[in-house]
Each structure stands twice: as C-alpha cells, then as structure tokens.
Design a protein around this ligand. Structure first.
Ligand SMILES: NC(=O)c1ccc[n+]([C@@H]2O[C@H](COP(=O)([O-])OP(=O)(O)OC[C@H]3O[C@@H](n4cnc5c(N)ncnc54)[C@H](O)[C@@H]3O)[C@@H](O)[C@H]2O)c1
Length: 347
C-alpha cells in the first residue's frame, strides 16, 4: 500500500527484498525488528541521511571517497565494532553510496565470521547497482575490489527521496550504470521517472544474481555480464589511483567510456555492426557522459592494467555483445585492443 516496489532476490535461505520508492528507508525498523538487538550504522558525514533502526544504534563514520575502501578503514571499523561489543545477534546498516555499502558490507562479512547487514543506498549508483547482489569488498593499491566476499544483505532499502541532495556529478555517475542496463538489453531506461528507472535496473540485476550468485567463470557469462563496460573502466580507475596521473574520473564516468569501448571492440571483432556502436554513443552521449578516453592515458598502460583484471583468467577477457547476446570473450588479441583504444583517442 506504500506505493513502493518490492523486488525479491531469490537465493534460497539468503533471499531478501529490495524495496524501491519514496520513504523506503523508513522500513529499516521493521526490517531489523526481531532480527537484531543493536544496529551499527556505518555512514559518512557528507551523506546526511538519518535512519531510525528502531533498536539501540550507534553511528560509525567513515571517511569519504574511494580511498576509504581500504583494508586500513576496514580494520578501524571492525575495531570500533569490537569496542562497542557488536555481535552476530546485531546488524550492520550501511547508509551511503557504493563506497559505504562495499566497505560496510565487507566488514559485516568478516566481522565475527559473518554479521547480518542491511543496505540503505543513498546514491543512484548504489541503488541501481552497488548495494544489490552481495558483492562486497575493498581496494588494494594494486587495484580495485581485489579483496572481498559475497555476503548478501538481509534487505536493501532504496529510498528515492534521499537522492534529492545528490550532487549533479554523482547523479551522472549513477546514470553510467543506468546506461549499462539499457545497453545490456534493449530497454530504454534513460527517460523513465527515477523510481521506475531504479526498480527496472534492480530487476535486471536481481535476475542476473539469482542465476549466478557467485560469478561462476563457466562457459556462460552469467553474472559477469554485469561487468559490461567494466574491464576498461577498472583499468582507467586504477590509472587515476595515482594522483600524479591528473586523471579525475569517477566510476560511472569510467563505465560510460568502457561501454563505448566494448561496442567498438565488438565491432572490430566482427561481432556487431556500426548500428550498435552508434546506439552506445547515443545512449552514453545523451546522458552527458564521456564517450572518449581522457587525454594522456596510454593504450599500452591500459592493456597491461586490463591483463591484471580478476576476470583475465585466460589473457584479455571482455564482456561483449554478439549474435548470441552478451558473452565473456576470452583471449582477445592485445593488438586489437590497442587499435580499438587508439580509435578512442589515446596518446
Ligand atoms: N558491489 C557492487 O556490486 C558494486 C557495483 C558498482 C559499484 N560499486 C562500487 O561503488 C563505489 C562507487 O559508489 P558511489 O558512486 O555511490 O560513490 P560514493 O559512495 O563515493 O558516493 C559518492 C559521494 O556522494 C556522497 N553521498 C552519498 N549519498 C548522498 C546523498 N544522498 N546526498 C548527498 N551526497 C551523498 C558520498 O558521501 C560521496 O561523497 C565504487 O567503489 C564501486 O567500486 C560496487
């Protein structure tokens, strides 16, 4: 009756609901009732979203930015949990964007070998993607998300009201993932009202996660299709990790470039035609997201970064479109990748 959409993620005993709509964060107390004695609310100062856990709670602030997704922050957080006496009869509540849900979700996964957690995602990116599906983790200086766990939340509350305070750039970053869901299939999600857009993205993600909870690296792409556009995106983000690179690229912006690259690479490999490249350029460009590589990033450096990607079990691997839809394509010739990058304006 609340007018909110309730999307099930069916994973046997790890099943949960994603609630999407205005005021969804208000359901936190009922989610925790009977499930948790106390709630450790992990958030950032800049998030500015208050939640009522309905049980004894304490706020644990973590620093802002991707740099906070580190083993050092994780250790500090777990030590503060321990000092407060958090147990597995309690719950961790992540209130924030993808940085908070990845970090707090991973803390929940490892604290006392597994503590329940609830996600209250407060960025568009976290609502459509990061908070759903149970992938949690932190970065290493060597690369993003290299240490983590699959640890499903008990519920995800996507409160579309809290998105009102989101800075313009963060909004656009979320649209990068919305573009991914649009381009993965043939839905046009871009022009929809926010609640409907979030709900449709969550439905796509839920279906993929249900079919392949732990990203099996079998013949079928399974959950890896969610990494559409992400192989190059992660390499670009890794370059930007080094402050001397001068690269200022957020995750969603890197994904936008990665999506265009994936279409161009698929065309070069004869898997799709020009129309698919044009569709990618159209969707990404219409959202005001970048479609070309930033200046000064070398093709060779990107290729070597991509060879270090977690999915690169057999040479360079990419999720690409083709006659049979999205597939994980292994062993792509580095020269073809470099040529495609050159087409996108690298140094
Ligand atoms: N686990 C997954 O499946 C998955 C999927 C996609 C992305 N991610 C991860 O998500 C992270 C990026 O997430 P993000 O884009 O949400 O970034 P983020 O968490 O850094 O949030 C962006 C900024 O917005 C602020 N903020 C958050 N909510 C706000 C609100 N309602 N109003 C005003 N400001 C607010 C934050 O404090 C931060 O400064 C990356 O680390 C990425 O690897 C994970």
């Amino acid at each position: 009756l609340s007018g909110r959409q309730r999307i099930p993620v069916r994973l046997g005993e790890r099943s949960y609901e994603v609630v999407v709509g205005p005021g969804a964060a208000g359901e936190l107390a009922s989610v925790l009732a009977g499930r948790a004695r106390r709630a450790a609310v992990v958030t950032q100062e800049a998030v500015g979203v208050e939640v009522d856990p309905g049980v004894e709670g304490r706020r644990f602030l973590v620093p802002d930015g991707e740099a906070a997704k580190s083993l050092a922050t994780l250790e500090g957080l777990c030590r503060r949990f321990a000092a407060w006496g958090l147990t597995r009869a309690d719950a961790v509540v992540a209130v924030g964007g993808g940085v908070v849900s990845d970090l707090a979700g991973f803390a929940a996964a490892v604290y006392h070998r597994g503590t329940p957690w609830v996600a209250v995602p407060t960025t568009l990116l976290a609502q459509v993607d990061a908070a759903v599906g149970g992938k949690t983790g932190v970065d290493l200086p060597e690369g993003k998300n290299l240490v983590g766990a699959f640890w499903q939340p008990a519920a995800v509350l996507c409160d579309t009201d809290v998105l009102a305070s989101l800075p313009e750039r963060e909004w656009r970053c979320g649209l990068g993932e919305v573009a991914k869901y649009s381009l993965m299939g043939d839905q046009d999600l871009v022009g929809l009202a926010t609640e409907e857009c979030v709900a449709r993205c969550v439905r796509v993600k839920a279906a993929v996660v249900e079919a392949d909870e732990r990203e099996g690296l079998g013949a079928r792409a399974g959950r890896t299709v969610l990494n559409y556009g992400h192989t190059l995106a992660h390499a670009l983000e890794a370059v930007g990790f080094d402050p001397s690179s001068g690269l200022d690229l957020r995750h969603g912006e890197a994904v936008a470039i990665g999506l265009v690259f994936a279409a161009r690479l698929a065309r070069r490999l004869g898997r799709v035609g020009d129309a698919e490249v044009q569709r990618h350029l159209g969707v990404v460009g219409a959202l005001g997201l970048p479609t070309a590589l930033p200046p000064g990033v070398g093709a060779q450096e990107l290729v070597s970064r991509m060879q270090g990607d977690k999915k690169a079990t057999d040479g360079l691997s990419f999720v690409l479109k083709g006659p049979r839809g999205l597939e994980l394509v292994r062993g792509v010739d580095p020269a073809v990748v470099e040529a495609t990058l050159a087409e996108m304006g690298t140094a």
